[in-house]
Design a binder for this molecule. Structure first.
Ligand code: ATP
Length: 413
């Protein structure tokens, strides 16, 4: 059997950015890697003033969640004392004795290798995959240093990739402006804004307390999705004059019950007398919304009825739903991490103009999806549709065609 080829992305990830992701992607290709481990360091010897380790860990997990071959590792994070790459590589060699190890670094790091603890031994423990870094395009000094290290036994492979002009430092400097930042995952930016890292004031002060539980209860992908929904919910709230704090708080907790086993959701629903509707009780895809609202109240301590309503209504909507309910429901559909499909761009466009129109399109997407998969449309969704069509007809707004199509679908036509 061929030896496994493992890439190692060590870094402070303070915070992780898309330059790191691009490096890992290019290294996977250049080194034919089976997987890349992301190892945020606990206490790096060269840096001070970094965000707490658990925050950096969660941001790394969220950022790499969409990529199949990328895995987070707590190896460096959980080690007490200063983090040394020498110890990490020694431990990884013990853990994966049959694998080939590839340490992925930026060109700037190659110039620093000679300052690392036990660096001459480090050179022999792995092959280095070296990624170009914007203004640090290898010049004579770089080539000399590379040659010197190679003569001492180092193995370097230069990775072919377009340099990505970004650094964690530049991101930390740009954060206070509150604008979207280039080469930066919105989910990670959202995490920072919610919790108030890097000197920002937290937009949802409770988020810091909620995060450990929420993160533990969700898969990496679900956690990343949740942050994306909070990002979109805030944007929509600001565009449409809804309460941005409530929108972000509701979005953050909207899927807090989603990864529970169905049996546990059903037990909570029975104990708390949440619903008698069998079609809801038998479907985790529907039941997690009202159970999530119950958990938001009883586990996370939310008391605001508008936030709880938005969580409960995020799947089927509800007749008479509020602007905030729509914001969270639509944000769930359009968050930046959603894979593209034809209706998605239309919903995104509509959401900038009118919440009701976007909501109608979201429901229309649900109708289409349910019809295609040969299932019955849930009564709650139908009731929302009927209410929304009537509401739009009465008050005006929304696209005529969309309303007609939905009426047609709602009647089972
Ligand atoms: P900071 O600005 O805080 O020093 P950073 O952006 O360099 O942070 P680190 O987490 O320290 O990020 O970097 C981990 C590794 O990724 C290092 O080897 C670094 O050289 C490399 N790296 C980071 N960003 C890039 C980039 N844009 N292009 C190439 N390499 C990069």
């Amino acid at each position: 059997m061929a030896k496994e080829r493992i890439g190692i992305m060590g870094g402070t990830f303070n915070p992780i950015h898309l330059g790191h992701i691009a490096m890992a992607q290019a290294a996977i290709k250049a080194g034919s890697l089976d997987r890349v481990l992301f190892l945020p360091d606990g206490q790096p010897p060269h840096k001070s003033g970094i965000a707490p380790a658990e925050h950096r860990w969660r941001m790394v997990c969220a950022a790499i969640a969409p990529y199949k071959r990328m895995e987070p590792s707590r190896m460096e994070l959980d080690r007490t004392g200063t983090t040394y790459t020498f110890d990490t590589l020694t431990a990884l060699r013990e853990l994966y004795p049959k694998a080939s190890l590839f340490y992925i670094i930026g060109a700037d790091t190659l110039m620093q290798l000679h300052t690392w603890h036990r660096w001459q031994e480090v050179l022999t423990l792995c092959t280095f995959l070296v990624c170009p870094r914007d203004d640090l395009t290898p010049g004579e000094e770089f080539r000399q240093e590379r040659r010197r290290l190679q003569e001492m036994g180092a193995r370097f492979v230069m990775v072919d990739m377009k340099p990505v002009d970004v650094s964690s430092t530049a991101i930390r400097e740009a954060l206070p402006s509150d604008e979207p930042i280039g080469h930066f995952d919105p989910a990670v930016q959202e995490y920072i804004g919610l919790t108030g890292l890097y000197g920002l004031s937290p937009r949802v002060p409770e988020a810091d307390d909620w995060m450990p539980r929420l993160f533990a209860d969700l898969t990496g992908r679900r956690f990343a999705h949740t942050l994306g929904v909070a990002w979109s919910a805030r944007h929509l709230a600001l565009v449409h004059g809804e309460d941005a704090y409530k929108a972000e708080a509701a979005a953050l907790l909207h899927d807090c019950a989603k990864c529970l086993p169905l049996k546990d959701m059903q037990r909570i629903a029975a104990d708390a007398k949440i619903t008698q509707d069998r079609s809801v009780l038998e479907s985790g895809a529907l039941l997690h919304a009202p159970v999530g609202a119950w958990m938001a109240e009883h586990v996370y301590g939310v008391t605001d009825p508008e936030i709880l309503s938005a969580i409960a209504a995020h799947t089927t909507g509800k007749p008479g739903m509020s602007g905030l309910d729509m914001v969270v429901n639509i944000a769930d559909t359009i968050e930046p991490g959603r894979e593209s499909y034809p209706l998605l761009s239309r919903i995104r466009e509509a959401s900038e103009r009118s919440l009701r129109e976007a909501m109608l399109l979201c429901l229309s997407g649900t109708v289409e999806h349910v019809e295609k998969s040969g299932r019955f449309l849930n009564t709650g969704t139908l009731q929302t549709l009927t209410w929304l069509c009537g509401h739009i007809a009465e008050t005006g707004g929304g696209s005529e065609t969309a309303v007609t199509n939905i009426h047609h679908a709602a009647k089972g036509g």
